[in-house]
Design a protein around this ligand. Structure first.
Ligand SMILES: *Cc1c(COP(=O)(O)O)cnc(C)c1O
Length: 428
């Protein structure tokens, strides 16, 4: 590799750090973590737009020369200001419910920029999507047939294929294996061809999304083979959608999907295929986690440091109600004491305040924690706030976006009224 390319990669890495340490203070785009907690309270989700922009840029660079379309999977982080920012970077939206359709429209995306990929919904919800003008991705044969009966060749669509590739980090987030509920089985391709021909369906896209945390470019190349073979069976194909599932780094030395290598190898195969069929197809991805995970940090405050005969616990003013990934997926989130970067290192188990076991991290080396210290949970941008709940009747955190060096409140912290507003108290 050319030396300048190394330097560019290195500089990008520095810029990519969501949180940097300057003068013994943790800062997000120059705004200190202390200042954030002082102004907005805790716990608070903070997002760094520079990190999102650089991830988008990385994908665009890796697939330079392709007719690349990115559709952000909005379920990862659904705040409207974040959606607006991602839209401003020339990225479309991938949505999975009719409410997400409305959310994406509200954020300003045009209907035709939105890909709607629902799973196991009633046909009514698909029709509602068509009425709103979004592009439909069909995930089972029954819906495909209903779609054909209702719209014939008047409304274009895409189908989601289940390639029966087992990939990804955890069965809860794997969606392409043989026992998975997602997509139309590759073994049912003949039936798909029959239905498409019978109703003259305008099938413009093929889609595979095999789940999260795919490490190996090889998996995407296997998917490509399946998509290429399938694409040759349908004359209207305009795009192939490779879904998402790029693995991001949660630990310091985590191996992550090598996007640059993927771009080179998949890009080459894609170009070759387009040449072969004599058509310029679009190459789509639907990244969620890859775009927003690293941009987000959850900041919480230490309520107690509790020493027991077995462990020293750091109890924070948050819990699995705010960040469920450690308990739900066994996910690792780096946890740092942002208030005492020079302190002596000790081993802690970091837990929440929910009345059930809610461990964020077990036996972690951290700089000495004192009551009141701010604890930062890294990589909290994806599936953090969007999976938060009011369990234990606690408020969900507020959200702050740091953009161009300035912090903006983008969601208020809840108040008691929010917890009861839809309840109906009957007379007894
Ligand atoms: C959730 C989802 C994604 C995004 O997955 P990540 O692992 O967050 O990148 C993409 N496409 C579809 C259809 C999804 O359901």
């Amino acid at each position: 590799m050319h030396i300048f390319k190394y330097i560019t990669l290195y500089l990008r890495e520095i810029k990519q750090n969501t949180m940097n340490i300057e003068n013994n203070q943790f800062k997000i785009q120059g705004v200190s973590v202390e200042e954030l907690v002082e102004n907005y309270g805790s716990p608070v989700y903070v997002y760094n737009t520079d990190t999102i922009a650089s991830q988008i840029d990385r994908l665009k660079q890796a697939f330079k020369g392709q007719n690349l379309k990115l559709k952000y999977a909005i379920k990862a982080l659904t705040n409207l200001s974040i959606l607006k920012f991602i839209k401003s970077q020339g990225v479309g939206a991938d949505v999975v419910s009719i409410q997400e359709v409305d959310m994406a429209l509200l954020a300003g995306w045009k209907a035709e920029e939105i890909l709607y990929t629902p799973n196991c919904v009633a046909f009514d919800e698909v029709k509602a999507g068509v009425d709103k003008g979004v592009f439909i991705n069909i995930d089972n044969l029954y819906i495909l047939e209903e779609f054909g009966k209702e719209y014939g060749n008047e409304v274009p669509c895409c189908i989601r294929i289940n390639p029966h590739i087992m990939a990804g980090g955890n069965t809860k987030i794997s969606t392409g294996h043989v026992g998975s509920k997602f997509g139309i089985s590759i073994h049912q391709l003949n039936e798909v061809v029959e239905v498409v021909n019978q109703y003259n369906i305008d099938l413009q896209g093929l889609h595979i999304h095999t789940g999260s945390d795919i490490l190996d470019a090889e998996v995407f190349l296997k998917m490509a083979d399946i998509l290429f073979n399938t694409a040759e069976k349908f004359k209207n194909i305009k795009f192939l959608d490779f879904g998402s599932g790029f693995k991001v780094g949660y630990k310091q030395d985590d191996i992550t999907t090598n996007i640059e290598e993927l771009g080179e190898r998949l890009g080459e195969a894609f170009t070759k295929f387009c040449k072969k069929i004599g058509k310029e197809l679009e190459l789509w991805f639907e990244p969620g986690k890859f775009l927003v995970s690293d941009s987000g940090t959850m900041l919480a405050k230490t309520n107690v440091v509790k020493t027991t005969p077995a462990k020293v616990f750091v109890g924070v003013d948050s819990g699995l109600n705010h960040l469920i990934r450690p308990m739900m997926y066994n996910a690792f989130h780096a946890i740092i004491n942002a208030s005492n970067p020079a302190g002596k290192e000790r081993v802690y188990t970091i837990v929440g305040n929910i009345c059930e076991t809610d461990t964020f991290g077990e036996d972690r080396l951290m700089h000495e924690v004192r009551q009141g210290d701010i604890i930062a949970f890294k990589n909290a941008g994806a599936y953090g706030f969007s999976m938060a709940s009011n369990y234990n009747s606690r408020f969900r955190p507020c959200e702050v976006m740091v953009h161009k060096g300035k912090a903006h409140l983008i969601r208020k912290r809840e108040v008691f009224e929010d917890l009861i507003k839809n309840q109906v108290v009957i007379d007894l």
